[in-house]
Design a protein around this ligand. Structure first.
Ligand code: HDE
Length: 752
C-alpha cells in the first residue's frame, strides 16, 4: 500500500515528541530493574529479585508483549512458587489471554464463508465514450484489485460446496478512490425490494429454534417464504441448477445483478449490466459429488483457488458490459430496474472490455479476507446507481453492517480497505483511529490551515470529483411496487427452456431433493403449483415423488398475496444461459487421478502425465497406500495420494493404466472399486488401457459407446503389451475438455 501523505495543516505546537529509540529507553532502567528516580516502570515489576534473569532487550526476533516488552518466557505463567497459584499481576499472561478472548469478530450476516485473492484489472481500450472512470480509460494501466468469493447462507466454518449462490465481490483500488463491484455468480436475485431482505435471510438461515440446517436451503422456512413470494421463481431456477454448485470459484461467471449507470465526461449516461466471464469456462459439480465434497474436503473451493494461485495458474476473467442507451430504457418486455430480470445476451451482447487476473494469495486470512469491507456505494466518477429498489437498500446496509462487524467507523483505515490514492477530509477520532491527524483545523471552510488543498472546488468537482447523474425526480411519495415488476414467470421459463436435457434433469432432481426434505406437504404443493406457471412438464416431474397432488396452476395465483402475475410471455430461449452449451475444450488446471497398483506399466503413466502437463492439467498417482508401487519393469513408481484420504470427488477425470494381473486384485478392493464407479457416476472422463480397461469392464463401466469412456480402439497394435496406444492421450484430453458427460446412460443403476 502507498504510504499515507501526512496532513499538511499541522501546527508546530502540537507536534508529538520524537520517540526515543527502544535501546535507549531500556538503558533508563537501573541494573536492579528499578527505574531511576522520577521514572515509573511500566509493566516490569519493580520487585524483581536480582538473581532472576533480566528480560532480553527486544531485537527484531524477540517475542514481545503488545507494548514491545521483550518476553523472558512464553511457556510459564507467573506463579507464587513452583507449584503455587498463578498471580493476578501476571500482566503478560493477562495480555495474551485477553487478546485471545477477543480474537473473533461477528461473522458476516450473509456471505460469512469466503476466500479472497489479490490481482489486477486492465482495460482493453479507452472506454471514454461510455464512462469517465479513469481506471477504464488507459489500457496501459493495471489497477490493483482484491476479490472475495463466498457462499451466502452458511456460517464461516461451513462447507464450500453447499447448494447456494456465490458472492463475487471485487474491490478496485483506483487512482480516483476505491470502486467496489459487489456481485454474485447468478445474474438475478430472489426479491425485488430491499425491505424483504431480512425476511429472505431469516428464512434461508438455520431455523431459529434449533439452528438446523447449516448452509442449506432444503428446509421448511426457506420454501415457505419463497413460495409466498412468486418474484423469487426466476432465481430459484438458477439455484436449483448446477450454477449453484460450481466446480471452482475460478470457473464461475460473475454478475453485478442490478442495472448500473455509466457516465462519460460530457454527462451522457447509459444503463449497464456488469458480467465477469471466466477464461476457464463455467462449470458445475454433480449434486452427489458436491454433497460428498462437503464432508471429504469442506475447503474444496478455497483450496482450489489457493493452490491455483500458489502454483502460478492465475485465474482470469474478462469484464463484460451490456450497454443500454438511456433512450432505450423502455425497449424491453421487463423493467431494467427489476433485479429479478436479466437482459438476454442475445438481445444485448456482452462487450468484453478488460481482464482481471488474480495472482497473489493473501498473507493473512483475517487481516485481508475477513476484514475486507465491500459496499456497492463505493463508486468512482463515471459509474453510478440506478433506481433499482434492491440496490437502493443495499446502499444503506453495507456501511451499517461494517460498523457492527468491524466495530468502528474507522474500518476504512484497515490496510485491506484503505484507498491507494491520497485521502483527505476532516473526519476525526472514533474507536481504533489509526491516523494521527495533526493541526488545529478539523472543519471546512477554514482560514487557519496552512494550505487550502482540501477544499471542495466547484469547478474541479464538476471536472474530476463524483457527481450523481442529473436525473429529474418529481413524484409523490409512494410505498408500492411498480406494475412493470409484475411478471414473475417469463424469465424463469426462459431459463428452463434454455437448458439442455441433462441440465433440465438436474434442475428437476434438485427441486425434488429440496422439496422432499420439507416436513410440510402444503409447502411442497405450493411450490409445484407455482412451477406450473413456468412449465407444466417441469412442475409435473418435480411433483412426481413428493407425495402430493398434481400441480394446480389456479391454486398458485390464489395463494399469492400479490397482484395476479401475468402469464409468462413466451420468450425465446437464451443459449448463453446454458453452461453445457458454452464452448469447452480447455483442460488447463484440471486434475486427473491415475489409479495404480503393483505391475503398472510405468511408461504409459509417464506418457499420460506428460500429455496432461502439456495441456496445462496436472495428475496425481493414487494407490492403496503411500510410498511406491513396483512397476512392471521393476522400477519403483512414487505414489502421490492414497485411497485412504483422497476420494475421486476431488479429481476431474480418472485414468486406469495397464496393471497386469494386479488389476484383477484391484477389482476386489472396495475402496478402488468405489473410486472408479463414483467417478463414472459423476460423469467424469475415464480412460483405461490394457488390464485397466478389463477392470473397468468388470465393473460394468467400460462400454466403449458411453460418452467420456476412453478405451483403446479395437485392432490397434501396441508397441508393448499394456502400453498407451497412439492417439489415446489426445482422445482422453479431448473428452476431458467437455468437462462432464452428463448424458451418460444407466447412472441410476451405478451403486456409488
Ligand atoms: Fe449483500 N450483503 N445484500 N447482496 N452481499 C452483504 O455486507 C444486503 C445483495 C453481496 O465478500 C453484507 O459486508 C442487502 C445482492 C456479496 O464481503 C450485508 C441486500 C447481491 C456480499 C449485505 C443484499 C449481494 C454481500 C453482509 C438487499 C448481489 C459479500 C456482510 C437489499 C448483487 C461481500 C457485508 C464480501 C454482503 C446486505 C443483496 C452481494 C449484510 C440489505 C442483490 C457478494 O450488508
Amino acid at each position: 500500500m502507498a504510504p499515507r501523505t501526512p496532513a499538511k495543516n499541522q501546527s508546530p505546537k502540537t507536534k508529538t515528541p520524537a520517540a526515543k529509540p527502544l535501546a535507549q529507553e531500556h538503558a533508563d532502567f537501573t541494573a536492579e530493574g528499578a527505574p531511576p528516580p522520577g521514572k515509573v516502570a511500566l509493566g516490569e515489576p519493580v520487585t524483581r529479585r536480582s538473581h532472576q534473569p533480566r528480560p532480553p532487550e527486544p531485537t527484531a526476533q524477540s517475542l514481545t508483549t503488545n507494548q514491545g516488552l521483550a518476553l523472558p518466557d512464553n511457556h510459564n505463567s507467573l506463579k507464587a512458587g513452583l507449584r503455587g497459584p498463578t498471580l493476578l499481576e501476571d500482566f503478560i499472561l493477562r495480555e495474551k489471554i485477553t487478546h485471545f478472548d477477543h480474537e473473533r469478530i461477528p461473522e458476516r450476516a450473509v456471505h460469512a464463508r469466503g476466500a479472497g485473492a489479490h490481482g489486477f484489472f486492465q482495460v482493453y481500450e479507452n472506454m471514454a465514450g461510455l464512462t469517465k472512470a479513469q481506471f477504464l480509460s488507459d489500457p496501459a494501466l493495471q489497477t490493483p484489485v482484491f476479490v472475495r468469493f463466498s457462499t451466502v447462507a452458511g456460517s464461516r466454518g461451513s462447507a464450500d460446496t453447499a447448494r447456494d449462490a456465490r458472492g463475487f465481490a471485487v474491490k478496485f483500488y483506483t487512482a480516483e478512490g476505491n470502486y467496489d463491484l459487489v456481485g454474485n455468480n447468478i445474474p438475478v436475485f430472489f426479491i425485488q425490494d430491499a425491505i424483504k431482505f431480512p425476511d429472505l435471510v431469516h428464512a434461508v438461515k438455520p431455523e431459529p429454534h434449533n439452528e438446523i440446517p447449516q448452509a442449506a436451503s432444503a428446509h421448511d422456512t426457506f420454501w415457505d417464504f419463497v413460495t409466498l413470494m412468486p418474484e423469487s421463481t426466476h432465481m430459484l431456477m438458477w439455484v436449483m441448477s448446477d450454477r449453484a454448485i460450481p466446480r471452482s470459484f475460478r470457473m464461475m461467471e460473475g454478475f453485478g445483478v442490478h442495472t448500473f449507470r455509466m457516465v462519460n465526461a460530457q454527462g451522457d449516461a447509459s444503463f449497464v449490466k456488469f458480467h465477469w466471464k471466466p477464461l476457464l469456462g463455467t462449470h458445475g459439480l454433480a449434486w452427489d459429488e458436491a454433497q460428498k465434497l462437503a464432508g471429504k474436503d469442506a475447503d474444496f473451493h478455497r483450496r482450489d483457488l489457493w493452490e491455483a494461485i500458489d502454483s502460478g495458474n492465475f485465474p482470469e476473467w474478462e469484464l463484460g458490459v451490456q450497454v443500454v442507451p438511456e433512450e432505450d430504457e423502455f425497449r424491453f418486455s421487463f423493467d431494467l430496474l427489476d433485479p429479478t430480470k436479466l437482459i438476454p445476451e442475445e438481445l444485448v451482447p456482452v462487450r468484453r472490455i478488460g481482464r482481471m487476473v488474480l495472482n497473489r494469495n493473501p498473507d493473512n486470512f483475517f487481516a485481508e479476507t475477513e476484514q475486507v469491507a465491500f459496499h456497492p456505494g463505493h463508486l468512482v466518477p463515471g459509474i453510478d446507481f440506478s433506481n433499482d429498489p434492491l440496490l437502493q437498500g443495499r446502499l444503506f446496509s453495507y456501511t451499517d453492517t461494517q460498523l457492527s462487524r468491524l466495530g468502528s467507523a474507522n474500518f476504512h483505515e484497515l490496510p485491506i480497505n484503505r484507498a491507494q490514492c491520497p485521502m483527505h477530509n476532516f473526519q476525526r477520532d472514533g474507536m481504533h483511529r489509526q491516523q494521527v491527524n495533526t493541526g488545529r483545523v478539523a472543519y471546512e471552510p477554514n482560514t487557519l490551515a496552512s494550505g487550502n488543498e482540501f477544499r471542495v472546488d466547484g469547478t474541479q468537482a464538476q471536472a474530476k470529483g463524483f457527481s450523481s447523474v442529473h436525473e429529474a425526480l418529481e413524484s409523490p411519495k409512494i410505498r408500492q411496487r411498480s406494475p412493470s415488476f409484475d411478471d414473475h414467470f417469463s424469465q424463469a421459463r426462459m431459463f428452463w427452456l434454455s437448458q439442455t436435457e441433462p441440465e433440465q434433469d438436474h434442475i428437476v432432481a434438485a427441486f425434488q431433493f429440496e422439496l422432499s426434505k420439507l416436513e410440510t406437504p402444503a409447502i411442497r404443493q405450493r411450490m409445484v403449483d407455482n412451477l406450473a406457471h413456468v412449465d407444466g412438464q417441469l412442475a409435473a416431474r418435480v411433483a412426481a415423488p413428493l407425495g402430493i397432488g398434481a400441480p394446480n396452476k389456479q391454486a398458485a395465483t390464489l395463494w399469492s398475496g400479490f397482484r395476479a402475475a401475468p402469464h409468462p410471455v413466451d420468450v425465446q430461449p437464451s443459449p448463453a444461459l446454458s453452461m453445457a452449451q458454452a464452448p469447452g475444450g480447455n483442460i488447463a488446471t484440471r486434475t486427473v487421478a491415475i489409479l495404480v497398483a503393483n505391475g503398472v506399466d510405468a511408461t504409459s503413466v509417464q506418457t499420460m502425465q506428460q500429455a496432461l502437463a502439456d495441456a496445462g492439467a496436472s495428475s496425481k498417482v493414487v494407490a492403496a497406500a503411500l510410498g511406491t508401487v513396483q512397476a512392471a519393469d521393476g522400477t519403483p513408481l512414487p505414489v502421490d495420494c492414497s485411497l485412504l484420504t483422497t476420494p475421486s470427488v476431488v479429481f476431474d477425470a480418472v485414468f486406469l493404466p495397464c496393471m497386469g494381473l494386479h488389476a484383477a486384485a484391484m477389482a476386489a478392493d472396495g475402496d478402488a472399486v468405489h473410486f472408479v464407479l463414483e467417478a463414472y457416476k459423476h460423469c467424469k472422463t475415464i480412460g483405461a488401457c490394457g488390464s485397466g480397461a478389463g477392470l473397468l469392464a468388470s465393473l460394468g463401466a467400460g462400454q466403449v459407446t458411453e460418452p467420456g469412456v476412453v478405451l483403446p480402439l479395437p485392432g490397434v497394435v501396441l508397441a508393448a503389451a499394456g502400453a498407451l496406444p497412439a492417439g489415446f492421450a489426445p482422445a482422453f484430453i479431448q473428452a476431458m475438455g467437455q468437462h462432464r458427460h452428463w448424458s451418460r446412460s444407466g447412472l441410476a443403476t451405478v451403486p456409488a
